[in-house]
Design a protein around this ligand. Sequence first.
Ligand SMILES: NC(=O)c1ccc[n+]([C@@H]2O[C@H](COP(=O)([O-])OP(=O)(O)OC[C@H]3O[C@@H](n4cnc5c(N)ncnc54)[C@H](OP(=O)(O)O)[C@@H]3O)[C@@H](O)[C@H]2O)c1
Length: 280
Amino acid sequence: MLPKYSFLEHLLFPPTKVHQKKLRQASQQKTILITGASYGIGEASARLLAAYDVHLILVARTASKLTALKKSLEDQTAQISIYPTDLTQVEEVEALLLALKKLPNGLDVLISNAGHSIQRPIQKSLERFHDFERTMAINYFAPVRLFLGLMPLLEKRKGHMMNISAINVLLLPAPHWAAYQASKTAFDQWFRSVAIEMESYGVSSTSLYLPLVRTRMIAPTKAYQNVPAMSPEHVARLIAKSLYRPKRTWMPWWSIFARLGSFFCRGLWEFLVPKFLQKS
Ligand SMILES: NC(=O)c1ccc[n+]([C@@H]2O[C@H](COP(=O)([O-])OP(=O)(O)OC[C@H]3O[C@@H](n4cnc5c(N)ncnc54)[C@H](OP(=O)(O)O)[C@@H]3O)[C@@H](O)[C@H]2O)c1
């Protein structure tokens, strides 16, 4: 069951139907790694895919949350393995890679979803260089390290790499989001560059450019409480669909207008936004 959308959300995020038979066929006996599986989009994806004959490898820091998730999915079809790991810690990632390289059936799909966002005006960031380090650590260096370690496995299985990205990386940068946007954009560029190379080895790829998604990530931002947002369960359906109908990119239908606006209206944006910020 998907959570209820408002009328506007229905328009902005029309329903995504998952063809169960196609998904069953495409995912059968596949090993699928989801990072950031303890909450939000990762958790919703694990819950959806647990109904299929797959081996789910769930990675995140919160061991208790992963254990509870695994327990709640015990009566489902999927085999579930959990690996509590802080993806920003080199030793922990090395241990994870070692374990994954021993998987009997290799790895078919890597869904790079773990992430962290920070919204903070630059004037409040002057003593907070660590904000920029920690967003780069989890949103850029962590997935780079993981993909480097797992690429040979994906290549062997002619697998699929997926990046859970944000629509913002394709649009004009918004104020207060420098740390998050820069780190997500860095990984988007890395991923797209590598995806082209890996396609020549038979590895396919999908970048999902998501709008706001109602998870704990946006909960602290008051301004987002009444703004239209997708549900994590809806995003899970998009992820599931990408498994049987791999598309290089997914973005909301209206993103074409947002992208055209970004292309033609940079001057206007950079003129108006400072004035708005001054007033507010
Ligand atoms: N929510 C949105 O509006 C939105 C929009 C566009 C794109 N996205 C992207 O969607 C992805 C998922 O976000 P979400 O909205 O589902 O957020 P979320 O509910 O906060 O989930 C983030 C996940 O990442 C994991 N994680 C964070 N730091 C980690 C670390 N150091 N090592 C391992 N795992 C870590 C968290 O688990 P632990 O805390 O247990 O480690 C959690 O499972 C992110 O990449 C985000 O950038 C979100």
